[in-house]
Design a protein around this ligand. Structure first.
Ligand code: FES
Length: 395
């Protein structure tokens, strides 16, 4: 089936789709604007098969319909794409042009297959190294992320951070959606990003360098290479390399590779215990949701085997997850380690969601539930600051 995206009267003219998402003058039905619109103002309408054009893929000539994406053309030709890393499939987890995992060479230039229009005479090579990624927002941060030790969070800069575009989840309450759906950003090589991060670290005088997202683990070759480059450029003992992730594609061998490359700190968001809750929070259910959820739990277990700093994010909003499930998540984590840092995150209305922000009292309850299962290092976000493991409030 072929689609065309159409703006409906829900459109408020914010132009996020044109300015940050759409990469083609003529709609090729990539669906990126449909996924990215915060007002759900885009509809997909089915269109007829178009005229055929000729392209060359991996040295062979083929005919495919015009007006579609390179990914769609490759799918028609039998190439496999997957939203969970698989052998013999091109990994395409974000589908909005942000992660560059699905990139192929188009007329000799690396391009995201999921959003690039197929054109007459195009020469496509699928056997490439995917070492570009859209990354933005290089800046100093006073609070850090889930994998930042709570005792250094403060009012001055404690971390240099950047944000990798594209995410495999579809959380209606995404807190960083302008990164998640921003596929139009100029991509960078791992070396370019590491140089930029290193100079930011120097200019703001911090030891910690964080990468978050979107979801930074989506492009494995890129991330491992970026961490290696950072390590090479920051040889002093104080340097910390921090990865913040939903861990849904972070397999055990991937963690091993990141630690080997130089990762010293990791923040893992554990979204749920039950698949039903995971789907509510992330918008991804079924077999894929189950794989993502299992992988994130396994990733946590693996990370705790290493001598690195581990922080765990647990979401809370009574419309998404029950206190009872939070308690069970806490118990399961406490069985692995009672020392690990836990950060209860107050989920609120962002992006497409209209949920109400949890009150201080609600978040205090969450904090207490997690403390009561034996976790020693629990902090909780609240509307008035975070509660530290001693029960003190930091604005
Ligand atoms: S799947 Fe195409 S860029 Fe992420």
């Amino acid at each position: 089936m072929f689609y065309r995206a159409v703006r409906t009267d829900k459109c408020v003219g914010c132009n996020f789709c044109w300015n940050y998402v759409c990469q083609s003058k003529e709609c090729v039905g990539c669906k990126a604007c449909y996924l990215a619109c915060p007002n759900e103002a885009v509809e997909l309408v089915e269109v007829e098969k178009r005229e055929e054009i000729s392209i060359v893929v991996d040295g062979e000539k083929f005919s495919v319909p015009a007006g579609i994406t390179v990914k769609k053309a490759l799918e028609i030709l039998g190439y496999k794409f997957a939203k969970y890393p698989e052998k013999n499939a091109i990994f395409s987890p974000c589908e909005v042009g942000g992660c560059w995992s699905c990139a192929v060479e188009v007329n000799g230039i690396l391009k995201q297959s999921c959003v690039t229009p197929v054109k007459e005479g195009m020469v496509i090579n699928t056997n490439v190294k995917r070492l570009l990624r859209a990354v933005h927002g290089f800046s100093g941060h006073p609070v850090g992320g889930v994998g930042t030790p709570w005792w250094i969070k403060g009012r001055r800069y404690i971390e240099a951070a950047c944000f990798a575009c594209g995410c495999n989840l579809r959380c209606p309450q995404c807190q960083n959606w302008t990164t998640t759906y921003c596929g139009k950003e100029e991509p960078m090589s791992p070396r370019e990003a590491a140089l930029r991060m290193t100079s930011l670290r120097k200019s703001i005088g911090v030891d910690r360098m964080a990468i978050s997202g979107g979801e930074c683990t989506l492009n494995r070759e890129w991330l491992v290479s970026y961490v290696k480059e950072l390590k090479r450029l920051n040889r002093d003992e104080k340097a910390r390399i921090h990865v913040d992730t939903n861990a849904t594609v972070l397999t055990e061998d991937y963690i091993d590779e990141l630690v080997e490359a130089g990762m010293t700190d990791i923040g893992i968001d554990i979204k749920a215990l039950k698949l039903e809750t995971f789907e509510k929070i992330t918008g991804v259910g079924g077999e894929l949701g189950e794989r993502y959820l299992k992988t994130s739990w396994k990733a946590l277990k693996r990370a705790l085997n290493y001598d690195i700093f581990v922080g765990v994010g647990i979401p809370y909003n009574r419309e998404l997850i029950s206190l009872e499930e939070v308690r069970k998540i806490g118990e399961k984590i406490a069985e692995m380690s009672d020392e690990v840092q836990i950060c209860a995150l107050d989920y609120r209305a962002e992006f497409k969601s209209k949920i109400k922000r949890p009150s201080f009292e609600e978040m205090f309850k969450v904090w207490k539930v997690l403390k009561d299962v034996g976790l020693k290092n629990v902090i909780a976000q609240t509307p008035v600051g975070y509660i530290n493991p001693h029960g003190e409030i930091h604005p």
